[in-house]
Design a protein around this ligand. Sequence first.
Ligand code: MG
Length: 386
Amino acid sequence: MVRSISVLGCTGSIGRQTIAVAEHTGIAVAALTANRKIDLLEEQTRRLHPKLVCVYDEEAAKAFRTAVADTEIRVVSGMEGLIEAATLPESECVVTAVSGSVGLRPTLAAIRAKKRIALANKETLVCAGSLVMRRASEEGAEIIPVDSEHSAIFQCLMGRRKEELRKILLTGSGGPFLGKTREELEDITPQQAVKHPNWNMGAKISVDSATMMNKGLEFVEAMHLFRVTPDEIQVVVHPQSVIHSMVELVDGTVIAQLGVPDMGLPIQLALTYPERKPSLFEHLDFAKLQGLTFEAPDFIKMPCLKLAIDCARTGGTAPCVMSAANEVAVHMFLRGEIGFNRIYDAAAAAVAAIPAVVTEDLDEILAADGAARTFVKEYFSKASKK
Ligand code: MG
């Protein structure tokens, strides 16, 4: 297991749970980075005594530097600061728990520094999966997934050869609006969209779960992490979120990973791997389980999932454009600027308008990401927003 970590995005949902796991397992926290909830960051900083803290916003970093002037802690800012936190010599592992494609450059820097990556930022692989996986294999850097589905698949594949795998069964709860039509979702508010039935998560990923874009992003993430084609991944709707994903082997055997829906479990495994440690989390009680159900996804009611799978098949920068457009639209929805269904409309329009390019060049990838963001802003400034 690792002895020290940098937590990128330490005040978010995954970041806070990572810190709880680190404190429970005795792992040192060498660096913290945050962009929001600066009061919480100060509290974490004073408790954990990291070497380095990055506050992404320059002005907020200045204020934070003054606030912790009585300590030895170095405070940095911006993308350079994030990269410094990701490559800190004192840190063996980088937990990438930032939201959105801002995680890409620090992840690549951490790979170059041969850190273990506990990958909780799915946009990194969606945006630049080929590049990130190639660099990781060249540098010999481990990438351990923190996303619960990918952690499950990772566990199901432990000790198995690639030739034994027939397909990945990627499970998803279906989100809070399972079974609802597009018309029924027209007036959904941000408050309704962020309430997930099983998982307690940050706002962006909760909205992605409500639109099913999250499962679409996970589809692309799984392709890269496990080096499979879109035809080798099947999405299975499993509303109880007890099975976190499965693999089917060539002889027809299916192996599943089960547990309570608590992100603490995959986080802890990513840090303690290849060891396992007792955890603080609730354990599954089969006497209390009400039954496990499964269904095929309805692509008419889940257009974001369909869009993501289509983008996965197109390849190149298509998933990156979709993800960046989705990110901008989700934040606009959360600010009450656009309606719920406009998230899909914006992502689909961006994918249709911006040609996919097959590239592993970081600048070209970031250009596609930027083009998608600009496209969505213009798309909504032209159209009536609601
Ligand atoms: Mg997940």
